[in-house]
Design a protein. Structure first.
Length: 94
């Protein structure tokens, strides 16, 4: 049985994804690096040695959601840490 994301993580992911989808492509591309860095960090927690595929800026929020879920489900990170990471990303967006 799948577990749900903690409410505070789900709320922050929703805010980040909503903001990400408002960005013009050139801005999304210019701020993709910090998102990719976080993706890789979460991936290393639960899938070490497996690179995260580069699917373009439109897929980054979905990839982040999946990897945050995986890391939380595996108890490799706390909800508070994810919320902090998501807040930093959101504040870095133009």
């Amino acid at each position: 049985m799948a577990t749900r994301l903690p409410a505070e993580v789900a709320d922050d992911l929703t805010r980040l994804v909503r903001r990400w989808h408002q960005l013009p492509l050139d801005q999304a591309l210019s701020v993709s690096a910090p998102v990719r860095t976080l993706l890789e960090r979460y991936a290393d927690l639960v899938h070490p040695g497996i690179p995260v595929p580069e699917l373009g800026p439109a897929a980054l929020p979905d990839q982040l959601t999946v990897l945050a879920y995986d890391a939380l489900a595996a108890s490799r990170i706390t909800a508070a840490d994810v919320v902090g990471d998501l807040g930093e990303l959101r504040r870095a967006l133009p």
